[in-house]
Design a protein around this ligand. Structure first.
Ligand code: SF4
Length: 678
């Protein structure tokens, strides 16, 4: 494979670029968006309210991602919510002849799905302009050859049809990103790298105090691609290069598109580099037949979605890659959700792990650098085993003190997410180090809730330095000896004099059970402060996902439910309560603990592992805008789990609210105190 790539022609793009087409302003006002789609050009002026926080769920809603080829060009922005409307219809962007797409702050937040920029590209968009852009989305754009800028003055030049220097889209970027822009994408750049047309010099950073994240990156730095030498004495924020990965994984939403890129660009018979360190998962869509609406089934979307499983399985079999697959024998479900299994069985302290999913930082709970990348980066890593990055600055999040008994790691995160520093987008792309005695007191499962939700923070990744709890976890889950576990965790700590760009401090004792109001995980408030003074009715309680389907989460649901059984209570009529675990290992644990019987006794429905309702693809999704869901999943962007209103809360709150029929905090004891919100 590598020999063929070394002799393949590859060139840089012309150094000036002209955009032939219209500009689409993704405005707050749905009517303004509609008028543009119907043919009216609208000029951008500084005061014009643009949509902020456009997530990839809005650019390509989950059901759109069943497509993995150029068909995606019919769908960009189908989930875009402007006020209470969805102004973009199928094919409208493509028909409109748009070449540039403009929005406000935090463009491309949320899922790492590369279908979003690929859909934009296939619809004709060549340029994305936004006030700031989320890391993975920006990298995905660059990797695909889609140009990105935060300089709004370019819009006028686009309108006038002026030639613009290509360098305008890599200004301020490092050498590698510039190269990727110049070569029109990551694959061509990597081919040029293999051919020696571009050389990436290792950073000249002298030894310095480093954070743990920086140390791990320095140890994995590709110092000399010709000899395979890995490791440099030190790195600092801004150093750009490639790091060798220990584990690369993808799931069925991404593998097929990556496989097609691989087969088309590298060759149908080419072999993945070191398939033993690649893992694949069938986890997102195993319950889809239960959740898809009859209209979508009729439109053929179920058949399209089922192709994802087939394509991934065929590729994994052909390449000799381990696939955690779908349950057979008549039951829906998966062997495991990717993040759950990576943490339970694969991640080791000090490793570098990449995954095709924004919640890959989950594995940072055992002290590794695990981060999400897009399809093109995954497919390139199948060739090179490495991944490009720029060393981020590190934010230190310190949580001190003793938390109340009904507060969990989820509440810490909802508190962190509403901090002005995080809300402003300042943490985008940063390494996030979670520490403090309140974090040290958490189990590895609970730490994973924090590192997982670094995706919502917008961080590059999050981690907790390994300690005695990590050692115990590795012994329990991996069956390794104490000596081996301690050796894995040894010397993995930040230096005392390491530099942090920001330190955020929280008092665990002051944190209360939180509720993120619908639309955004950063909308957190203490439940006791919920507005309106009225009870928030609950129609659906969903207890599951990678974030909230771990053993500790099951313990929390069970604790609340056991008390309910003692009181003779059940989930009331009118509330659907689903409990879905993250892996077969967690299910076995539930069986051993007697939880399955307990869940049945209170009237909860237990589900085999899968992403399910978390990705709008399983029991627990809302069906109408009026339905209200409370869930311990990690994000509640519009449409994430159906059209209804989705509140986020901790596992105790989810279980207590399922029993009460309205949002309520849990107070332990033989008689629970059910406190209505407001
Ligand atoms: S459970 Fe939800 S957040 Fe986790 S991997 Fe699946 S879709 Fe993503």
């Amino acid at each position: 494979m590598l020999d063929a790539l070394r002799s393949r022609p590859v060139h840089t793009l012309p150094d000036r670029v002209r955009f032939a087409g219209r500009v689409l302003l993704l405005a707050d006002d749905p009517e303004l968006v509609r008028r543009q789609l119907e043919g009216q050009d609208v000029e951008w002026t500084p005061g014009l309210p643009l949509r902020d926080d456009i997530s990839t769920d809005e650019i390509t809603p989950a059901y759109i991602c069943y497509y993995y080829d150029e068909t995606l060009g019919e769908f960009p922005y189908l989930g875009l919510k402007c006020r209470d409307q969805f102004p973009v219809t199928r094919g409208a962007v493509q028909r409109g002849g748009f070449v540039a797409s403009v929005s406000g702050k935090r463009r491309g937040k949320g899922s790492s799905r590369e279908q979003s920029p690929y859909a934009e590209l296939c619809a004709g968009i060549r340029l994305v302009v936004a006030e700031n852009v989320e890391r993975i989305y920006r990298e995905n754009c660059q990797n695909l050859g889609l140009l990105v800028t935060t300089d709004f003055s370019i819009l006028e030049r686009v309108r006038r049809g002026e030639e613009i220097p290509l360098a305008a889209f890599s200004r301020g970027e490092g050498e590698i990103t510039r190269g990727i822009v110049e070569y029109g994408g990551l694959f061509n750049y990597n081919v040029a790298r293999l051919q020696g047309k571009v050389t990436v010099r290792p950073p000249a950073t002298a030894a310095r105090p480093m954070t743990l994240g920086e140390k791990i990156l320095a140890r994995h730095w590709v110092a000399d691609p010709a000899t395979g030498r890995v490791g440099v004495p030190a790195v600092r924020p801004g150093d750009e290069g490639f790091v060798r990965t220990d584990i690369r994984f993808s799931h069925e939403y991404v593998t097929p598109m990556a496989a097609i890129f691989f087969e088309q660009l590298v060759g149908p018979d080419a072999k993945v580099n070191d398939p033993g360190s690649v893992l694949m998962f069938r986890d997102h869509l195993t319950f889809l037949p239960d959740a898809m609406t009859p209209e979508r089934v009729k439109a053929g979307l179920l058949d399209v979605a089922l192709e994802l499983e087939k394509k991934q399985r065929a590729f994994a079999e052909r390449q000799g890659i381990k696939l955690y697959g779908e349950l057979r024998l008549g039951a829906h479900g998966s062997e495991a959700i990717c993040h759950s299994k990576i943490l339970e069985a694969h991640a080791e302290p000090g490793q570098v792990i990449i995954g095709s999913d924004s919640h890959t930082p989950h594995a940072g709970a055992v002290g590794c650098v695990a981060f999400g990348v897009g399809t093109t980066a995954i497919f390139n890593s199948w060739i090179t085993k490495d991944v490009r990055l720029t060393v981020p600055e590190t934010v230190k999040v310190v949580v001190r003190g003793r938390k109340p008994h009904n507060v969990t790691a989820k509440d810490f995160m909802l508190e962190i997410l509403r901090h002005p520093y995080v809300k402003s987008g300042a943490a985008i792309g940063k390494l996030v180090e979670y520490c403090g005695d309140a974090v040290a007191a958490l189990s590895v499962d609970e730490r994973a809730t924090m590192t997982n939700m670094t995706a919502e923070v917008g961080g590059f990744t999050g981690y907790v330095a390994p300690d005695a709890r990590t050692v115990e976890y590795l012994m329990a889950y991996r069956g390794v000896t104490r000596a081996r576990a301690e050796a894995l965790c040894a010397e993995l700590a930040s230096d005392a004099a390491a530099e942090y760009c920001q330190v955020l401090e929280f008092d665990a004792a002051a944190v209360r059970p939180m509720l993120a109001l619908p639309g955004e995980p950063g909308n957190g408030i203490p439940i006791a402060d919920a507005p309106g003074g009225e009870r928030i009715r609950v129609d659906i309680a969903y207890a599951g996902s990678c974030t909230a389907g771990k053993k500790d989460d099951m313990d929390m649901y069970a604790r609340v439910l056991r008390e309910a059984v003692q009181r003779g209570e059940r989930v009331p009529a009118g509330v659907r309560f689903y409990i879905q675990c993250g892996s077969q290992e967690v299910k076995r644990y539930c069986e051993e603990q007697g939880y399955l019987e307990l869940f049945r006794q209170v009237g909860a429905t237990f589900l085999e592992p899968s992403c399910g309702a978390c990705i709008n693809a399983g029991p627990g999704v809302s069906k109408t805008q009026d339905e209200v869901t409370i869930s311990a999943i990690n994000r509640n962007f519009p449409g994430r789990s159906g059209p209804g209103r989705l509140y986020l809360a901790n596992p105790y709150t989810v279980a207590a609210s399922a029993l009460a029929g309205y949002v309520t905090v849990w107070e332990p004891g033989p008689r629970a105190t059910l406190l209505p919100a407001g």
